[in-house]
Ligand binder design. Sequence first.
Ligand code: PLP
Length: 402
Amino acid sequence: MANINEAFLNLEEDYLFSKVIEKMDEYKLKNLNAKIINLGIGDVTLPLAKTVIDAMNKATYEMASKENFKGYGPVQGYDFLIEKILKYEYEKRGVKFNKDEIFIASGTKGDLAGIAELFSTNSIVGIMEPVYPAYRDVNIMLGRKNIIYLKGTEENNFIPQIPKEHIDIIYLCSPNNPTGIVLNKEELTNWVDYAKKNNSVILFDSVYEAFIEDEDIPHSIYEIEGAKEVAIEFRSYSKLAGFTGVRSSFTVIPKKLKVQDFNSEKIELNSVWKRRQSTKFGAAPYITQRGAEAIYSEEGQKEIKENINYYKENARYMLEKLKKAGFTVYGGKNSPYIWLKTPNNMKSWNFFDKLLSEAGVVGTPGIGFGKTGEGYFRLTAFSSKEDTIDAINRITNMSSKE
Ligand code: PLP
């Protein structure tokens, strides 16, 4: 009989969001008439921008002619999209890259899993916590045992300290999912300095970058001097342009970023990733890349900003009303997430059950984002305005009944 890769047995039984959906469906079956409002899953709800739809329609019709038909695309992505990224995401912020430093993909999730394969199994991994659980899981799947959690607590404003010990691979997420905190220039500079001193690599996830509103918060880690030598950046169109179902993203691996082999020879991670992608990734679809390109037009920018502002207004409303009702809440600014401290130190899954049964509102238990998340709860601003107002009313009424 075939043997299982035992690393997979070290994972927690259920992926956090599957468990949330399972519990919600169970409740729905028992309460057929109840209107449940889901502020749990971090998925967008507004439709795609018209500019994006038009571009993808046009690209689809191109496929109908022999002259314009596209088969397998370039593994790193089409130049038309990469050139827009270089100009509008980086040059605008004073950062210069070459085309071969950008890799277009079909969502950041896959790249986060793939990049983790590039490092030796014995690597010491440092993961900011609470955080998106996929970072931890992909490393467990690869059999890594040396995982250090860089704890963000109320005492340090959910911003982990620079560790005293050595770490090889550092996961940073800013704006953070789930706490909504952002890392400022000084904090990022400290991480870049640490990585340089320790020959570490920073995996910088800024898929929520579009929610940043404070002028002094970097949108990209490459706004920090020296970051090209130590950091990989992950960016996605999922939350930026509502592409969670379309699937499009990009990863930046600067040519200056080097790691070493067993003979201490320096190796460019960029070429190793390209080699890996050539074997494991079938290139991102032409149609979705045309859709992503469209967001950089004047009209596209206007449309996606309207959607982001809609979610930001939800977040602002939630923060204000929950604070007023006496909850301790974080995030909600520079981020679509509200990080709520459960009342009376309630365990986060208990609060989930209470909220569902008493208010018909679904959120995400903080413990799902790591042990440091126990006693907290994540609410998202991705619902409709009407549902957000309704949900917050229900929550605040419930709390006043306690
Ligand atoms: N990184 C973080 C922090 C996320 O919260 C998510 C999705 O919610 C992702 C990455 C995955 O993004 P994508 O939709 O591009 O796969």
